[in-house]
Write a protein that binds this ligand. Sequence first.
Ligand SMILES: [Zn+2]
Length: 267
Amino acid sequence: MELIDIGCNLTHDSFDTDREQVMNRAHEAGVAQMVVTGASPEGSRKALELARGFPGILFATAGIHPHHASDYDDQVEALISDLIGQHGVVAVGETGLDYFRDFSPRPAQRTAFESHIEIARTARRPMFLHMRDAHEDFLAILKASRGDLTSVVVHCFTGTRDQLHDYLDLDCHIGITGWICDERRGTHMREYLSDIPDNRLMVETDAPYLKPRDLKPRVKTHRNEPQWLPWIVKAIAQSRGSTPGQIAEQTTHNARLFFGLPADPEG
Ligand SMILES: [Zn+2]
């Protein structure tokens, strides 16, 4: 099985002491390539730096998470525009809207999101988007600009079936995480996972966050790792009446097309 984790926060400081072991474990579990999420100015710089150390295996995104939208200014915009032109950076993001935590004021989130869209439009690059509890505003902004954009993934999708279809209608890809393994809040998703067309589905861990809650054998740490991506793939396969092998093949194909990744990570 060959998998691609399209969203892992490998620059997170929880990986500082054993990052290479984490990557090795992922590799042994069949995770051939990983896209390292850039979520802040410093994090985006670090993601590219890390990716450069493992060409063909690690790739980076460049963006500012909505939580940090109040820090967004002309300098940050210039940084993202610069990073997106560099080899190894494969998407603009993560960006979007998060009204669940509201760590940044909503108008600031919308302004930063629209600026990311403008960067992606100009550079003709894919977008890696985050949406939580902000569907109406997020959809309105995306609808207005979707025609100007190439590919768009709504990463870590956790919404309702109607919301899913709103994004599919806009020709978005959908990133699925271990959220679906959470019996408290993720099981509603099992019912509509098969609505996602084969060529729109991608998989991710969002590590170190969102460790699958039903992971077996149980591990003590709260930290999620890309090595557990096959567990998520297995859950998706069950819900879609498919096999893990088929899901792996399809989502890896989709991720390579979406981000423009090379087919042979060793090559
Ligand atoms: Zn996110």
